[in-house]
Design a protein around this ligand. Structure first.
Ligand code: UGA
Length: 438
């Protein structure tokens, strides 16, 4: 653990977690680390067995350590009754993936609500991202039970750190149920984030609006980067100059080949549809989505500019995961990019330090290399898709030697262009001038 130490509370509380996926596991492990006794329930027996044997099913820095050092305060089960016996507060951490229409699929949330019917002593604490209005519907279906909307703001790759040091904790309750909110607030109090106490629907909106706003910033800076390319400005300088304005701030102004992951694409589309279904046309979000789609495709145009038609050319992708420090391939830009490259007739070879297993099934036409250097061997061009630190450490002079054409399209502006040029590369990033070999 880095950052400020977290004060452990005096009173340990029994906590229930529903869903041992990424959010559920981080929540369970972190509450156990704070001294609470946690029972987490998942419907997948093999996952529960593996977790009880101490095997961690996802790649998240610090999580395996916390699960193992707090094993005596953690139990995994498939049995809902065991959970209901153990704790009054039940943190619901099931996923709400997008349906084909782009709406959130609430079937897993619904299943939990069905299981809780008739348990008026319990308080359901909703961590899952749900459309605004969902809590009101659930509360009407579970009269007597407690309901707290407490959205999660964890980032993959730094979720444990984010949990332990939240910027804010949002707690939404119905009028008259403030005590339920107090119980949740008490659990988060040692972590020091600002508490935002509000109503349930506003809490749900905070989550959707936050993700949609961050996604909007990314699409915005991506468009600024594209304009920088046209007018000869450097987007890194522009973003730095913008970010120093306190009203703007420096975060989420990194241009690239689009945002991905399980949250931004889903939540932007869910908010757009929620607005539409409520009778409001959320115009801005259409552009956010469209810019993001186009941004993933621009790389193909850049490759063509450098090496001509891609048919028969060998293109190496460095990184496949939607961002570093995760093996998550959901909505990763690499999916669209490799499909586009294949459609142009290119031969695609890839390497990712962690996501190869997750990617193999999704990208059957892509040759998987055992190392970055192996991926670059004989390639006519390479695209850095995910900013994994080990790519900075690569022997780029050696890499230039094994490539057919030492060309690096840096989709994250991650590598030092001058270093690459000194190694013999043509470097071309996003919103910055290209640099040719010395
Ligand atoms: C995001 C939010 O940041 C979390 O606060 C939220 O809890 C989470 O969604 C969720 O709803 O569960 P996450 O998807 O894990 O977290 O990842 P981010 O670090 O936010 O990155 C999302 C995508 O945006 C990545 O593809 C990343 O490469 C891209 N990005 C991010 C940029 O292109 N530029 C930036 O400046 C920042």
């Amino acid at each position: 653990m880095t950052g400020k130490p977290v004060e452990k509370p005096g009173d340990a509380a029994p906590i229930g977690v529903v869903g041992a996926g990424w959010v559920g596991l981080v929540t369970a492990a972190c509450f156990a680390e704070l001294g609470h006794s946690v029972v987490a329930r998942d419907v997948v027996q093999e996952k529960v067995d593996a977790l009880n044997r101490g095997e961690v099913t996802i790649h998240e820095p610090g999580l395996a350590e916390l699960l193992s050092s707090n094993a005596d305060r953690l139990e995994f089960t498939t049995d809902m009754d065991r959970l209901l016996d153990h704790a009054r507060l039940l943190f619901v951490c099931v996923d709400t993936p997008p349906t084909h229409s782009g709406d959130a699929d609430l079937s897993r949330v619904r299943a939990v609500v069905d299981e809780l019917a008739g348990s008026p002593d319990h308080v359901l604490v909703m961590k899952s991202t749900v459309p605004a209005g969902t809590g009101e519907t659930i509360m009407a279906e579970l009269p007597g039970s407690g309901y707290v909307s407490c959205p999660e703001f964890l980032k993959e790759g730094s979720a444990v750190e984010d949990f332990m040091h939240p910027d804010r904790v949002v707690i939404g309750v119905a009028p008259g149920r403030e005590a339920d909110g107090d119980a949740v607030a008490e659990l988060y109090a040692p972590l020091g984030g600002e508490m935002v106490r509000t109503d349930v629907t506003s809490a749900e909106m905070v989550k959707l609006a936050s993700n949609a706003y961050l996604a909007t910033r990314i699409s915005f800076i991506n468009e600024i980067a594209n304009v920088c390319e046209e007018v000869g400005a450097d987007v890194s300088e522009v973003a730095r100059g913008m970010g120093l304005d306190d009203r703007i701030g420096p975060q989420f102004l990194r241009p690239g080949i689009g945002f991905g992951g399980s949250c931004f694409p889903k939540d932007v589309s869910a908010l757009k549809l929620l607005a539409g279904n409520s009778g409001y046309h959320f115009q801005l979000l259409n552009a956010v989505i469209e810019v993001n789609e186009l941004q993933k495709r621009r790389v193909v145009g850049k490759l063509v500019e450098h090496i001509g038609p891609l048919a028969g050319k060998r293109i190496a992708l460095l990184g496949l995961a939607f961002k570093p420090d995760t093996d998550d391939m959901r909505e990763a830009s690499s999916l669209v990019l490799s499909a586009r490259l294949a459609a142009e007739g290119a031969e695609v070879v890839a390497f990712d330090p962690v996501a190869m297993d997750a990617a193999r099934e999704l990208l059957p036409g892509v040759e998987m290399a055992r190392s970055a250097l192996e991926a670059l061997e004989g390639a006519d061009g390479a695209v850095l898709v995910t900013e994994w630190p080990e790519f900075r450490e690569l022997d780029w002079t050696g890499a230039a030697g094994v490539m057919n054409r030492p060309l690096l399209i840096d989709g994250r502006n991650y590598l030092d262009p001058d270093e690459l040029a000194a190694a013999g590369f043509t470097w071309d990033g996003v919103g910055r001038a290209e640099v040719r070999p010395d």
